[in-house]
Design a protein around this ligand. Sequence first.
Ligand code: NAP
Ligand code: 8YV
Length: 314
Amino acid sequence: MTESKPDVLVVNNFHPPTISRIDKIYQTHHLWKLNTKAQNELITKLDGKCKAAVTGSWTFNERAYSLSSLSLISAFGVGIDGIDINLAKENQIRVTNTPGVLNDDVADIALTLILTTSRNIINADRYARSRLWEKSPMPYGSGLAGRTLGIVGFGRIGEAVAERVLPLKLKIAYHNRTKKDSPHKYFASLIDLAHNSDILLCILPGGQDTEKVINTDVLKALGPTGIFINIGRGTSVDENSLIEFLAHKKIAAAGLDVYAEEPSIPKALRELDNTVLLPHIGSATIETRDAMGDLVLKNLEAFFSKNELVTEVK
Ligand code: NAP
Ligand code: 8YV
């Protein structure tokens, strides 16, 4: 007699190649393909027998929490702001994410945004193509050497950014809740960090604790020559204040990979010429997305074989 495959609830459509791998190994049930009525019916059908769910990390479907047998959520992504960790804990649901494997690619995108905003690269490309150069030289950008990059959220990715920018002769300062054993200057106050930074880079986790921490006071402290970069979560920024500061040149420029209401980007941000906007591509390389998928699968495998989870969120 062949053993039946364990059930896995696929909550949303996060990375088709990983989902295909999961489909081959487990008895999968795709919640995201169903309408509301069918979703409720599926949850009722799986209740008591389905123990694991897989999901994109910053989106979830609350309906999955009503699966009383659910004991594992294996998330594809490091930021798990889509998952209600307190509710998961209350319901004895363990959560895994995909830390580390994406540090390099996300840090590369930070570096890209630092260079493109400070040297005005996107406008320079337009300038060259539109033959404006034949009429007058392109206005100057600002140099990086000797300036200070303030990192808000100096964790795994923040450190990978620091490694990359030191050869550019940027100085590093940072703000976390806790001071690290690091040679770089620590600011216990985010406003003080902004005040002492030429470029302020946000790589904070999302969620209530960090909601709109980049606000008017922080942007005022960054000042009219300051550049703001966000590769963490859009929810950490008061977007209306950011737009106001950019539109009135109260900060010089912004480079953004993340937004408050993705995939929608406010029209005002899209129309400003001092923004560089990316569609949340920090970890979006073939290699890294596959490595993230490997972790999702390894955590599932560990869970079903009752081994220690590889990357559990504690
Ligand atoms: P991490 O290693 O956990 O680093 C997070 C850092 O933020 C820690 O140093 C932490 O230090 C600090 N922090 C947390 N809450 C804070 C608060 N309320 N105030 C000040 N500092 C706070 O995480 P990571 O792997 O670097 O990832 C960071 C985030 O990047 C993820 O959660 C995700 O949202 C985002 N991300 C974006 C992309 C993208 O594609 N753009 C890709 C991957 C990740 P303390 O605990 O000492 O405060
Ligand atoms: C992904 C991310 O785009 O890991 C994260 O926190 O923001 C990105 O790597 C996302 O998680 C895919 O679900």
